[in-house]
Design a protein around this ligand. Sequence first.
Ligand code: 5GP
Length: 117
Amino acid sequence: MEYNADNVFAKILRGEIPSQTIYEDDHALAFYDINPKAKIHALVISKGMFTDYNDFINHSSDDEIAAFSRAILKTAELIGVAKDGYRIVFNTGKNSGQEVPHLHAHILGGEPLSTDL
Ligand code: 5GP
């Protein structure tokens, strides 16, 4: 899938749509999901223009992958879910129901999560 910079997360990165920043570094931006699906629900998005996890892993450097992975944990710590537990979700492609075609990880926590995936 070709990257399309009209998506909502590209607009957030450009500052065209507001978001509540939790964490930011050279590779990633984290903010709260507008429609939380758990008591605490954050999103970590790449600053690079990747459509999804497949695109990211296939086309980014090992340094970018490491940095993005660390940004997810950093965000989990900042929102206070790292100790008690959380779920990381990368919806990828049509069967996953991915809505926004820009790489993002969901971090869900703050309460016991359903084990019914
Ligand atoms: P996906 O289904 O693509 O994995 O998840 C997209 C997520 O982005 C959804 O959980 C949705 O609630 C969230 N979202 C969509 N638009 C916005 C927005 O403008 N701001 C924020 N903070 N989250 C958004």
